[in-house]
Design a protein around this ligand. Sequence first.
Ligand code: NAP
Length: 253
Amino acid sequence: MSPAREDGRQDAGAGYVRGRLPEPVSIIGATGALGFGLAVRLARAGGEVVIGSRDIDRARQAAARAREAVPGATCSAAANAEAASATELLLLTVPFRNQAETLHNLRDVLTAGQLLIDATVPLAAAAGGKATRMLGVWQGSAAQQAQELVPEGVTVLSALHTISAATLRDLDGVLDEDVLLAGDRRADKVRVATLLEGIEGLRCVDCGRLEMARVTEQLTALMISINARYKTHAGVRITGLPDELWPSTAGSR
Ligand SMILES: NC(=O)c1ccc[n+]([C@@H]2O[C@H](COP(=O)([O-])OP(=O)(O)OC[C@H]3O[C@@H](n4cnc5c(N)ncnc54)[C@H](OP(=O)(O)O)[C@@H]3O)[C@@H](O)[C@H]2O)c1
């Protein structure tokens, strides 16, 4: 674990180290399907997780469930505002229809330097449409909308759209799939890959700049359609890549 700073947050580790969970993460929306699945997987990998909710009692219940699922887990509970200011690294796992409202409510507590991993998918279901269709987002993607909504200096990175909450939640299930990352700075992607690859069976792939989220978010609709046909929780695997996806290139952005 990196040394604690005066403000209580942890500094990120410098380089990429596979299988190491370098810093604590707060999950906004961790009482839900994806957030909770990530919480238990990260906790099982030895990570320190803050479970955020609009309702502190719901957060406490979810944290208790996580500790039950993963004995010894370092899972604490907090209201969203407290969770959002507790760690440098944040995960946002709320429905698209609540993304803007959630970020608006957190505007005063988010501070420059934080990195927000956005998993939001603008599925048409958010507006009463089909889960296999997407909504148009003026900014191009939910992640780009998030980047516009957070205070200056907070960076948004897009990830996790093809990972099934059900697969994460089933701790007996084996994960063997890729996480597609889109973000504007390589250093941020290295940091997030270091965190997420601490979860056994996940490999992170750099998909390019944040604007690529308009493509990766759409894959959720594809996965839902495939899953409906095969009655499963499929994942994606990009082929033809080199063995080392995160070579050390100190100072690159
Ligand atoms: N489920 C998946 O397999 C999956 C996979 C990839 C991506 N995603 C994306 O990840 C995001 C979360 O998905 P999910 O399935 O975890 O969603 P979910 O279970 O429906 O909701 C997640 C959490 O969002 C919070 N929330 C915040 N504002 C809300 C409001 N006004 N009304 C209702 N809930 C609100 C709730 O937490 P509190 O009530 O405790 O605040 C809720 O537990 C979505 O954008 C989804 O498209 C999901």
